[in-house]
Design a protein around this ligand. Structure first.
Ligand SMILES: Nc1ncnc2c1ncn2[C@@H]1O[C@H](COP(=O)(O)OP(=O)(O)OP(=O)(O)O)[C@@H](O)[C@H]1O
Length: 442
């Protein structure tokens, strides 16, 4: 942003030569219009833009695009002004005239800082993600699914991951992202059941200040956080009907508007959706748009229930045991024959989540190197599954809550039904369950 056309041309040439996409503005009004049209990572802002003062404009820029890093350009080496700019939110300053290498360097630094910020956001969301999760399997059908996942990972094809709750849909979606050329950008999750249609639109696409009560600032949506990366739409079967046309348009054209902002934006994201519901049936029942279903279902990856891949149960249990024993610094290193046989026979209605929880509990309570049936929730000395944990048992409130929630989820057909029964909203239920997995959903 500068009112001097020759400076704008010079800066543009220099930055484009470095591979950046550049827009220029000669006034505050032009800047505001440009910010409405595009998402910018960095702004080089002149101290004096015609009638507008760069210093006065800076707080407004911070409001319009809080994520944007602003480099103040000053004509004099005036430390006081530079300090004022930094105090009100500039990330750096340049003294003009500057040579192209100084400009290149300053912008590259801010682009890198922005990339790191995005990465931190992504990693926060992935905290608890088990890097060490091994996707190998001896099950032929899962093996074929994983082969397909590897083949499509480096394309931008929309993926639909299907499978019962706890079969590892989120883990597979992240693995596809990690195998894709988008791995250095964010993997952003949107949990579809967690919000009303209105709030979901803001969560996905962002909003501008004043768009609705409580919208006190401009907020970037998950689509923007995922720019260059992957957008994961979890529990897509719970996407409110009112949101379905908006998502359809986004999938078709990668175009969207922030809530309260008439400007259309485009995004470069790969979309992966997941559900444990029968979308085809939902289409037949009129609960899910058919056109959206076909848009999402470009490639579908179906994960089998754990009971359908019994050949993997022991290997998985042993891997989880070793990881968690190290993490908790506990002595358990193996399962006795009896415990192994119990693990192999258990029906695992909660799939990998239940397996992980069972092994985690065993690792924590086992005092020796071998886990025996007594350490397993469905072992001899433990209460039978029908009784499970009861109020008054000598366990923590958290353990009781977790057991109760998982039992209710196992006995209901959808998360929504479980949430209704538990008298909490679906978003709380969704976040609690992900927190049990050690995953913080951003
Ligand atoms: N291959 C694996 N090895 C070990 N643990 C796994 C594996 N895959 C998934 N898990 C664990 O199982 C739990 C459930 O995984 P995930 O959240 O991916 O399932 P999901 O199908 O997305 O569940 P939901 O439908 O309830 O959201 C997590 O704790 C995850 O770490």
């Amino acid at each position: 942003m500068d009112d001097d056309g020759s400076i704008l041309r010079l800066f543009r040439r220099c930055l484009e030569a470095d591979g950046h996409r550049v827009s220029t503005a000669r006034s505050a009004a032009e800047a505001e219009a440009a910010l409405g049209r595009n998402v910018f990572d960095v702004c080089v802002l002149d101290l004096d833009i015609g009638g507008d003062s760069g210093l006065e404009l800076l707080p407004r820029l911070r409001e319009w695009a809080p994520w944007m890093r602003v480099i103040m350009a000053t004509a004099t080496d005036d430390v006081g002004t530079a300090l004022s700019a930094i105090r009100i939110g500039a990330a750096d300053y340049l003294v003009k005239p500057c040579d192209p290498s100084q400009l290149s360097h300053a912008v590259a630094q801010q682009v890198e800082a922005r990339r790191l910020e995005q990465r931190v956001l992504a990693l926060e969301g992935e905290r608890g993600r088990r890097n060490e999760i091994d996707l190998s399997t001896s099950n032929p059908s899962l093996s074929a699914t994983l082969d397909m996942a590897r083949r499509v990972a480096d394309t931008d094809a929309t993926l639909l991951v299907l499978g019962e709750s706890g079969t590892g849909k989120t883990v597979l979606a992240r693995a596809v992202h990690e195998m894709s050329p988008r791995r250095n950008a964010a993997f952003a999750t949107v949990s579809c059941p967690s919000l009303s249609a209105d709030l979901l639109a803001s969560e996905l696409f962002g909003h501008v200040r004043g768009a609705f009560t409580g919208a006190t600032d401009n907020r970037q949506g998950r689509v923007q956080i995922a720019e260059g990366g992957t957008l994961f739409l979890d529990e897509i079967g719970d996407l409110p009907m009112a949101m379905q046309p908006k998502l359809l348009r986004f999938l078709q054209d990668r175009e969207y508007e922030r809530v309260g902002d008439p400007n259309t934006r485009t995004a470069n994201v790969r979309v992966i959706a997941a559900t444990n519901q029968d979308l085809k049936r939902m289409v037949a029942e009129g609960k899910f748009r058919e056109d959206l279903y076909y848009r999402l279902n470009v490639v579908s990856l179906t994960l089998p229930a754990l009971r359908e891949r019994r050949e993997d149960v022991l290997t998985l249990a042993e891997q989880i045991l070793l990881q968690l024993a190290v993490r908790y610094d506990r002595p358990a290193r193996r399962f006795t024959k009896e415990a192994a046989s119990l693990l192999s026979l258990h029906p695992w209605p909660g799939n990998l989540r239940e397996l992980r929880n069972a092994v985690e509990r065993a690792v924590i309570i086992c005092e020796s190197d071998a886990i025996t049936p007594e350490h397993l929730p469905f072992g001899r000395a433990a209460p039978s599954p029908g009784q499970a944990l009861r109020a008054g048992d000598p366990v923590s409130l958290e353990e009781l809550e977790r057991a109760h929630i998982e039992a209710i989820v196992a006995g209901t057909t959808s998360l929504e039904a479980a949430a209704k029964l538990l008298k909490i909203d679906s978003s709380t239920l969704y976040r609690k369950r992900k927190a049990f997995d050690g995953v913080t959903v951003i």
